[in-house]
Design a protein around this ligand. Structure first.
Ligand code: HEC
Ligand code: HEC
Ligand code: HEC
Ligand code: HEC
Ligand code: HEC
Ligand code: HEC
Ligand code: HEC
Ligand code: HEC
Length: 459
């Protein structure tokens, strides 16, 4: 427990610096009060005081955070060693300023802009450990093992930087003494940091509030979990659970203390976090989103997480299914829940057997007969069709069933699967019948991306 007997208020400092007129002062964030504790090191007070003036928006976020009230300062997170690869050399100049009381060498310390899960782990070891085991943290390894865009160089590095890596994460690099703009800013879930840790906790807890409230809301996940190939946020919003969130979300107790956010007490319909992360009944909170999953419903052939070769889960699917059911059973009866999962498992079976396996068999036959060329993926139309069958509508059919969204299970799902499948088979049979090689797109645009696996991930 922190004692506030020795604190003093520094609000007056804001009003000072009076060269700045009243007009600007009115523009400063409203809740700007922050009490500085005497025990704070002077270097940390310097950060706060200078940045309060330089970046009032950033300062206000921190001042309103749990961290500020627990006396966790800028320096606690941004502290660096002079020899760290990402230490900000530019920042030393801030300590040669004559215009600012704290801009002198007396307060000079090395800092880095990058704050990693390893930095957070000093105080949050459990969250960081769970996170490090998740598919979120390890996604760079996973995608470089299996993805044709990357391995066949079918798109450009620039397209990857603004697309793929924005969600999945970059391998951070320095260039000309500053963070390389091709890799920064970036808060992707699997970012590779200089200290070897993976990911960025800001993916879900934006700085400098770092709130649980924000991470509990579906929007925190929806920024990445959307679109044609993984429309979880759209699926959620069309489900009854999403309706309930829209209708009653403003009554939920989003700020319940960590680990105590209770179904029925703090909220009446689950969010992404309630089902996949937050503690519920006897199930503990986890920062490993692979927990509670019984299937790999994003994969071409749906398999169990422990059989996912690129990154086998260290879980047992039956145990994880029981955990997920335990979450549901905080609000639903056993039969309701069991019957939901019977349908999900049948849906997976149907997708695997009726659509995926025969399409895959046909694709393999075309390769074998050399009617399709195996060197690159996507440059022949049937490859694109096959890809979209599992990667777009095939996923949507499965996700829609898993998360109670009938429009995705059927219209964006199995309906589209049927159409795609029928066309795919028709074209494939024609090639076989006439022993005709498929047209190859010589002009596939900008297939220039680097195909070397990053050595930071594959040493
Ligand atoms: C005297 C003013 C001053 C002090 C003291 C100061 N900073 Fe800064 N800092 C700045 C300014 C101004 C910038 C933005 C630089 C720019 O715009 O070029 C900055 C930038 C930063 C950045 C971003 C660096 C980057 O490379 O992107 C971080 C992180 C940071 N400061 C943290 C801190 C921490 C932590 C402390 C205390 C240990 C601190 N600052 C002390 C003025 C200061
Ligand atoms: C709980 C840890 C934590 C604390 C406390 C903290 N920061 Fe940060 N800060 C971060 C993280 C995380 C990022 C995002 C960088 C990343 O993704 O690696 C960041 C980014 C920044 C950036 C660069 C990003 C930008 O938008 O320009 C600046 C500048 C910065 N912090 C300054 C400060 C200042 C000043 C304080 C104190 C008032 C502070 N930080 C307190 C964790 C922290
Ligand atoms: C020096 C210790 C320290 C570091 C480093 C630190 N934290 Fe914290 N953090 C705390 C403390 C202490 C609390 C609890 C405050 C309370 O209970 O009021 C906290 C609370 C939190 C919470 C809960 C906030 C809420 O709304 O209840 C989150 C989320 C969080 N930290 C994330 C992070 C992240 C992400 C990082 C790294 C970028 C980080 N912390 C780095 C000490 C730290
Ligand atoms: C909008 C954010 C976003 C973008 C952009 C994005 N992805 Fe993803 N990606 C995701 C999410 C979210 C998943 C998880 C899907 C799931 O499990 O339902 C995913 C899954 C994957 C997977 C499957 C991993 C597995 O465990 O089976 C691969 C491979 C992949 N992405 C590669 C890429 C590549 C390569 C690009 C760019 C060409 C890209 N992604 C662009 C968010 C994104
Ligand atoms: C995928 C989104 C996501 C990421 C990434 C994430 N968190 Fe969280 N975090 C959450 C959610 C959701 C909760 C709320 C759990 C609850 O309801 O109590 C939470 C809660 C917390 C808490 C409060 C205590 C607890 O465990 O409930 C801390 C501390 C925390 N996170 C730290 C971190 C740190 C450190 C990292 C990086 C290693 C991180 N988080 C990355 C989603 C995320
Ligand atoms: C910054 C982007 C981003 C955010 C934010 C994000 N995710 Fe993810 N998520 C991904 C990517 C990328 C993957 C795919 C990782 C892989 O399989 O390679 C993924 C995968 C997953 C998986 C599948 C794990 C598995 O083992 O198959 C789940 C479940 C998941 N995320 C849930 C969440 C939840 C819940 C939230 C919000 C609390 C969230 N994610 C926030 C990018 C994100
Ligand atoms: C009512 C609980 C519930 C809610 C709410 C929910 N999910 Fe799910 N989610 C599930 C279930 C159940 C599965 C299938 C689990 C299994 O058996 O593998 C699933 C599967 C997933 C998967 C596929 C994982 C994989 O690799 O196969 C991702 C990704 C995911 N959810 C993310 C999200 C996101 C993001 C949100 C919010 C926009 C969300 N979920 C909301 C229960 C939920
Ligand atoms: C916090 C409470 C809560 C949790 C947790 C929860 N649900 Fe629900 N669920 C509800 C409520 C409330 C409804 C709306 C009931 C109604 O239609 O009157 C609902 C509706 C449903 C429906 C009906 C959908 C429809 O379109 O009619 C299904 C199926 C369902 N839930 C399954 C699940 C499953 C499976 C889980 C766990 C993965 C789960 N729920 C977790 C509260 C919850």
């Amino acid at each position: 427990m922190k004692k506030y007997a020795f604190i003093f208020t520094l609000t007056c400092l804001l009003a000072c610096g009076s060269v700045v007129g009243d007009a600007l002062a009115q523009n400063l964030p409203k809740a700007k009060e922050f009490r500085i504790e005497r025990s704070m090191p002077k270097e940390a007070i310097a950060c706060i005081e200078c940045h309060k003036a330089e970046h009032p928006g950033l300062f206000a976020d921190w001042a309103k955070s749990r961290h500020a009230s627990a006396n966790i300062t800028c320096y606690d997170c941004h502290k660096a060693e002079g020899f760290d690869p990402d230490v900000s050399n530019e920042h030393f100049k801030q300590y040669q300023r004559s215009d600012h009381k704290y801009g002198t060498k007396e307060f000079k310390v090395p800092i880095a802009a990058v704050v990693t899960p390893k930095d957070c782990s000093r105080c949050h070891p459990d969250e960081a450990k769970q996170y490090s085991q998740s598919k979120h943290a390890n996604t760079m390894e996973i995608i470089w093992k299996i993805d044709p865009w990357l391995n066949n160089g079918m798109n450009s590095d620039f397209e990857r930087a603004t697309g793929c890596f924005h969600c999945h994460g970059t391998v951070l690099k320095m260039k000309d003494n500053v963070l390389d703009p091709e890799t920064w800013p970036n808060v992707g879930v699997g970012r590779i940091n200089f200290d070897g840790s993976k990911g960025s906790c800001t993916s879900c807890h934006t700085r400098h509030r770092f709130s649980v409230m924000e991470a509990r809301k579906p929007g925190a996940c929806g920024q990445c979990h959307l679109g044609p190939d993984h429309p979880q946020i759209e699926i959620y919003m069309e489900s009854k659970h999403g309706d309930i969130y829209t209708a009653h979300g403003d009554e939920y107790n989003w700020n319940a203390a960590p680990g105590t956010w209770t179904p029925g007490v703090d909220f009446r319909g689950p969010t992404c976090a309630s089902c996949h992360m937050s503690g519920s009944g006897t199930v503990l909170t986890s920062h490993d989103v692979t927990e509670r999953l019984a299937w790999e419903t994003q994969a071409p052939l749906t398999i169990r997480p422990e059989n996912f070769k690129p990154f086998p889960a260290k879980t047992n699917w039956q145990t994880e299914r029981d955990k997920m059911k335990e979450v549901c059973k905080q609000c639903h009866g056993k039969v309701w829940v069991d019957d939901h999962f019977v349908k999900l498992d049948q849906n997976v079976e149907e997708y695997n057997e009726v659509y995926f396996k025969p399409a895959k068999k046909m694709l393999d036959e075309l390769y074998e007969k050399e009617l399709l060329d195996k060197t690159k993926f996507f440059d022949e139309r049937l490859e694109v069709e096959y890809y979209e069958l599992w990667h777009h509508e095939g996923r949507r059919a499965r996700f829609g069933a898993a998360m109670m969204a009938p429009d995705y299970a059927w219209w964006h799902g199995f309906y589209e699967c049927k159409k795609r499948y029928a066309n795919f088979m028709e074209e494939a049979r024609e090639l076989i019948q006439h022993n005709k090689k498929a047209y190859k797109a010589e002009d596939w645009p900008n297939a220039t991306g680097n195909t070397t696996k990053p050595k930071e991930v594959f040493p």
